[in-house]
Ligand binder design. Structure first.
Ligand code: G3I
Ligand code: 9MR
Length: 587
């Protein structure tokens, strides 16, 4: 009767009620595990479960903890019902399972120090597997070793990019760099946020990243591996700047996506396409940050910092002269042949790109004109970073370096600090309503193409709040999103390939599909639930929180991408770097 009443009420609001499938009841945990002294939350999905839960040793099945689950909660963005349990009191290192009468047991999981070490290593190593033009040797790549992919030493200037010095058809060399995602193209805009996030990881916690080795060809040299890996893409980015005018090509691409084959198998022509304002500004930001980050390594990479700074300033000048050049294939394709139909990364608003580039240039050079460009834009709405929304990266950088800035910057950095903390506090305030007790999933808008990166970027914002205030609660909530990514979510999947018992197995990732190895390339973050389901693949569940399809068909929910992996690298590394300070492990 109550249900009928609710249905009638819904009908009155115009919302149609359809019977939606949802994942069967089960126990959702962070499949990588929990810090010995850290918070530990389990979520049990489904209805009619008992309100008791038990933590047992995985081997002997001895009960080490008895807990009570919360009252039933209904998810805001799916019809899933949950109960939430806290077992933070289990603090002895070991392997455990959770049992609930009527459901479970859970997958076995660890309670230990360093539980996200493997995630930090694997997610950074994930970038190595995306390297385009060098063979991945077995000693680094294990069973995923493969020959080099696209050499990109003979790339054509597409008619959309023609200039006096480089008419259409000019051949340029633009080798190296990471493949963007499951496809084999290389996009400056998406490299922008990716590199910014990786460099920020390093600048925020340099000690941690200096000691982390991930078995790449450069491991053991005098640069931290994080910087070694980033340098591989940085060198490619530098080739995307036209030396004649400082402008930056939007992307290096095939006209059409390659089929689901190994890289380098197809020989379709590759092009650099139209220069754009977004590409120039993202490039300027990355180069300005790189100049700062590599400055202390003058001996290892002589002249690099200077080259980066020069490249940044020239790209900035180009953008000043071309403040509104958008990249739109709808507009370009009717005019210039061949049609280009690969990823667009077409932004229309460059105020946030200006802010970010100006912030990086200001911190690196100290020139007041860059500060003025930031200051003019500081009342713009600033939200969570994404490839088309990078203003917050400028906030992070100014806040990270605020002590070194001139006093006239103080009102601006103070306002930025308030903004970051206001968003962080909102995350905290809304989490109790969430059926999975995570920061992720407080808004339907969290579940977009690449929703996993929303979770990771929320985590980064909270790490920033922690670094700014020292308040441990911010880190605790960042951890809830790591739990989300590794299994405490509406789907029950760990979205990181190779991490956890039930993780993404069939990403829309050409090498993983074509390499003949059963397991997907490890350390890659799948896009995650995306109810828009633009790929029209088969989805077992279709609500915002559950619209995820672990099939290689599903590029809208199950591709991987460098701008999603980068925030995972940041978050996993930050949790590992801060575990002692935060008291997650016994000193
Ligand atoms: O902003 C709107 C929002 O207002 C609306 O409610 C929502 C409804 O679906 O759509 C939102 O826009 C979406 C946008 O992503 C949000 O980030 C678009 O529909 C969606 O098409 C767009 O997806 C982008 C996708 O390329 C298609 O262009 C993804 O952001 C982007 O990450 C993805 O990137 C691709 C590259 O093009 C090619 N390489 C692989 C890479 C990853 O899939
Ligand atoms: O494989 C492509 C993937 O990398 C992109 O993110 C996605 C959206 O641009 O497009 C995929 O390619 C599909 C194309 O858009 C439509 N035909 C099927 C292709 C995938 O097999």
């Amino acid at each position: 009767m109550k249900l009928i009443k609710e249905m009638l009420a819904l009908a009155a609001t115009g919302i149609t009620l359809v019977a939606v499938a949802q994942p069967a009841g089960s126990i959702r945990i962070n499949q990588a595990g929990y810090y010995t002294n850290g918070p530990k939350v389990v979520v049990v999905t489904g209805t009619g479960n008992s309100d008791r839960f038990f933590v047992l040793t995985a081997e002997g099945r001895d009960t080490v903890f008895k807990g009570v689950l919360s009252a039933e909660k209904t998810s805001l963005f799916s019809s899933t019902k949950t109960r939430v349990g806290d077992f933070s009191k289990v603090q002895k290192s070991g392997r455990y399972v959770i049992a609930v009468p009527g459901a479970g047991p859970s997958f076995p999981f660890r309670v230990a120090d360093d539980v996200h070490h493997e995630v930090a290593v694997a997610s950074l190593k994930g970038f190595y597997y995306q390297r385009s033009n060098e063979p991945l040797e077995e000693k680094h790549a294990g069973k995923w070793h493969r020959p080099a992919g696209h050499p990109d030493t003979e790339v054509l200037v597409h008619p959309s990019a023609a200039s006096k010095e480089r008419p259409a058809g000019t051949v340029i060399s633009s080798p190296g760099g990471w493949y963007d995602a499951g496809d084999y193209n290389k996009y400056i805009v998406n490299s922008g946020i990716t590199m910014g996030t990786l460099f920020s990881a390093y600048e925020d916690l340099p000690k941690y990243w200096t000691s982390l080795k991930v078995n790449i060809p450069e491991s053991g040299d005098a640069l931290p591996d994080l910087l070694n890996e980033a340098l591989y893409n940085l060198r490619w980015m530098l080739t995307m700047q036209d030396p004649h005018d400082g402008g930056v090509y939007h992307k290096l691409t095939n006209a059409l996506f390659d089929g689901m084959v190994m890289p380098g198998v197809t020989k379709a022509p590759r092009y650099v396409v139209q220069k754009g304002t977004g590409a120039a500004l993202d490039f300027a930001a990355v180069m300005a940050q790189a100049a700062r980050v590599f400055r202390p390594f003058e001996k290892q990479v002589p002249g690099l910092a200077d080259s980066c700074l020069k490249a940044a300033e020239r790209a900035w000048q180009w953008a000043e002269q071309h403040p509104d050049v958008r990249y739109s294939q709808r507009e370009i394709n009717p005019v210039h042949k061949p049609d280009v139909l690969t990823g667009e990364y077409g932004d229309r608003n460059f105020r946030d790109e200006v802010l970010w580039a100006a912030a990086e240039l200001f911190v690196t050079t100290g020139q007041k004109k860059y500060f003025d460009a930031v200051s003019e834009r500081r009342k713009d709405p600033a939200g969570l970073p994404g490839w088309s929304n990078v203003g917050m990266l400028g906030y992070y950088t100014l806040l990270r370096h605020q002590k070194a800035l001139p006093s006239y910057a103080v009102p601006v950095t103070k306002a930025m600090r308030d903004t970051v903390l206001r968003i962080a506090d909102l995350y905290l305030a809304n989490t109790p309503r969430n059926a999975f007790a995570t920061v992720m999933g407080q808004s339907a808008r969290d579940f977009i193409w690449g929703s996993s990166s929303v979770a990771a970027n929320q985590g980064i914002l909270l790490v920033n709040a922690y670094l700014l205030t020292g308040h441990k609660r911010y880190l605790d909530y960042a951890l809830t999103n790591m739990d989300y990514l590794l299994g405490r979510n509406g789907t029950g999947y760990s979205f990181v390939t190779g991490i956890g018992t039930k993780s993404t197995l069939h990403p829309h990732h050409r090498p993983s599909v074509a390499d003949g190895v059963a397991e997907p390339v490890p350390g890659l973050l799948a896009g995650g639930p995306n109810p828009a389901m633009q790929d029209k693949c088969v989805y077992e569940f279709t609500e915002p929180e559950t619209a995820y399809s672990d099939t290689d068909c599903s590029y809208a929910s199950n591709e991987i991408a460098i701008n999603w992996n980068a925030p995972l690298v940041y978050l996993a590394g930050a949790l590992e770097a801060l575990q002692k300070k935060a008291g997650y492990v016994k000193k």
